[in-house]
Write a protein that binds this ligand. Structure first.
Ligand code: G3P
Ligand code: MG
Length: 234
C-alpha cells in the first residue's frame, strides 16, 4: 500500500516533551510524515493537546484537564518535566497545532476524552485542508462521528489479543486504518485489514528488530517516539 509511513507518536516524544509544539517541530524536521497527538477538553470546551486526563505528569500543575479553563491550562509549563531547556513549552490547543502544520504534515488526532468528539469534528471541518484522521479507543464514539460526518477519515485503536470483531467493526464504520498495539500485531490481522482496504499502523515501534518485523508483515507504517531513528532506518 505505498511507502512505509512514519507517524511521530505525541510528536518526537523521545526527543522533546510529548504533545508540545517543540515535539511537533522536531518531528517535522526529522522527516516524519505525520503527527499523532492526544486530545482532551478544557473546562470551557476547547480541545487541547495532552495525553493524560490530568496535567500532573506532564506539567508543573495539578488537576483534571476537564476542571481547568483554557487560560489556566495555558499558564502551565509543559516542558520542564522533560528538560529545563523546554520550560517555555505550553499545552497547545488542537487548533494551534493544525494552524501551524496545515498543508505540510498529516495529523492523527486521537480523542482521549469522548466529550471532545463534537469539538474535534467542528475543527476538522473548519480545517478541511488539513489531512486529518481521527482515532480513538472509544469505538462507539467513532460510530457516532461516522453518522455525523460521512467523509471524515477515522481510525480504530486496538490493544487486545482478540482483534477479529474489532476489524469487522472498523470496516463497517468505513475506517481508513486500524491501529493495533505492537504486541497485538499478527500477519492475519494485517491481511484482514488490507482485505477491507484499511491500512495498518502499529504503535509504538522504534526498535530496529521490531521495525523489520513490521516490514515483513507488510504493515503500512508505524507510530514511533524517535522519528530521527525510524526515518533513517526507512
Ligand atoms: O495512537 C496510538 C497511541 O497513541 C495510543 O496509545 O496511550 O499512546 O495514546 P497512547
Ligand atoms: Mg495517543
Amino acid at each position: 500500500m505505498g511507502e512505509f509511513f512514519v507517524w511521530a507518536h505525541r510528536g518526537a516524544s523521545a526527543l522533546a516533551p510529548e504533545n508540545t509544539l517543540a515535539a511537533f517541530r522536531i518531528a517535522e524536521a526529522a522527516g516524519a510524515d505525520g503527527l499523532e497527538l492526544d486530545v482532551q477538553l478544557s473546562s470551557d470546551g476547547v480541545p487541547v493537546v495532552v495525553h493524560d486526563d490530568t496535567v500532573d505528569r506532564t506539567t508543573d500543575g495539578q488537576g483534571a484537564v476537564s476542571d481547568l479553563t483554557l487560560a489556566e491550562l495555558g499558564r502551565l509549563d509543559a516542558g520542564s518535566w522533560f528538560d529545563g531547556t523546554f520550560a517555555a513549552e505550553r499545552i497547545p490547543t488542537l487548533e494551534e497545532v493544525l494552524k501551524w502544520g496545515v498543508g505540510r504534515l498529516r495529523f492523527n488526532v486521537e480523542i482521549k476524552d469522548s466529550a471532545a468528539g463534537q469539538a474535534v469534528l467542528d475543527l476538522a471541518c473548519r480545517y478541511h485542508r488539513a489531512q486529518i484522521v481521527v482515532s480513538s479507543f472509544d469505538h462507539a464514539l467513532l460510530a457516532t462521528l461516522r453518522c455525523r460526518a460521512p467523509d471524515l477519515p477515522l481510525a480504530f485503536l486496538w490493544e487486545q489479543a482478540e482483534w477479529a470483531a474489532a476489524v469487522e467493526r472498523a470496516a463497517a464504520c468505513r475506517a481508513v486504518s486500524f491501529h493495533p498495539r505492537f504486541d497485538c500485531l499478527a500477519a492475519e490481522l494485517v491481511t484482514a485489514c488490507h482485505c477491507h482496504g484499511m491500512a495498518v499502523y502499529p504503535w509504538t515501534v522504534d526498535d530496529p528488530a521490531a521495525l523489520e518485523h513490521c516490514r515483513r508483515l507488510a504493515v503500512d507504517g508505524v507510530f514511533c517516539n524517535d522519528p530521527v531513528q525510524v526515518v533513517a532506518w526507512r
